[in-house]
Design a protein around this ligand. Structure first.
Ligand code: AMP
Length: 144
């Protein structure tokens, strides 16, 4: 039997299209009476290629990035009426972090832009494509 969505995860990359993708996720959540959570993944990690940890300044730079991302994510969340408590800023590889979080919160729909910062050249952005292949739930790629 086809049921509605109960928990939706919106992936935000802060590209120009983020608000449009967010509005679509808000609309779907409203229609289904679903909970909505936001995630942004900071891809910078304070480790070098040999796996050694970096200098304290680099760790501080990483913390600044997390803080900055958290503020930006909260602003987008506020615009679509999502409380800060339902925002997650993760650090690591985008696809892995999104899939892990989706599993953690047992979401049944992941909403992404069809492409984002990685360019208009691709028909379907790398993140959307990767999520489609890895997710256990539905994935909606909003055409941007
Ligand atoms: P892209 O793979 O850059 O074409 O991005 C496609 C979509 O994936 C974007 O519109 C976002 O919804 C999502 N996305 C890309 N990068 C991130 C990120 N670092 N954190 C969260 N979502 C992302």
């Amino acid at each position: 039997m086809l049921t509605g969505y109960g928990r939706i995860l919106l992936c935000v990359d802060f590209s120009e299209e983020s608000d449009r993708v967010a509005a679509r996720a808000r609309d779907i959540a409203d229609r289904y009476g679903a909970g909505l959570r936001l995630i942004h993944v900071v891809e910078h990690l304070p480790v070098d290629t040999t796996g050694e940890f970096m200098a304290p300044q680099q760790i501080l730079a990483h913390e600044d990035m997390l803080e900055n991302a958290t503020e930006r994510l909260h602003r987008i969340a506020e615009r679509i009426g999502v409380p800060s408590a339902d925002c997650c800023v993760a650090a690591g590889y985008t696809k892995q972090e999104i899939l892990a979080h989706a599993k953690d919160i047992q979401c049944d729909l992941i909403v992404v832009g069809s492409h984002g910062r990685h360019g208009l050249a691709l028909l379907l952005g790398s993140t959307a494509n990767a999520l489609l292949h890895g997710a256990e739930c539905d994935v909606l790629a909003v055409r941007v």
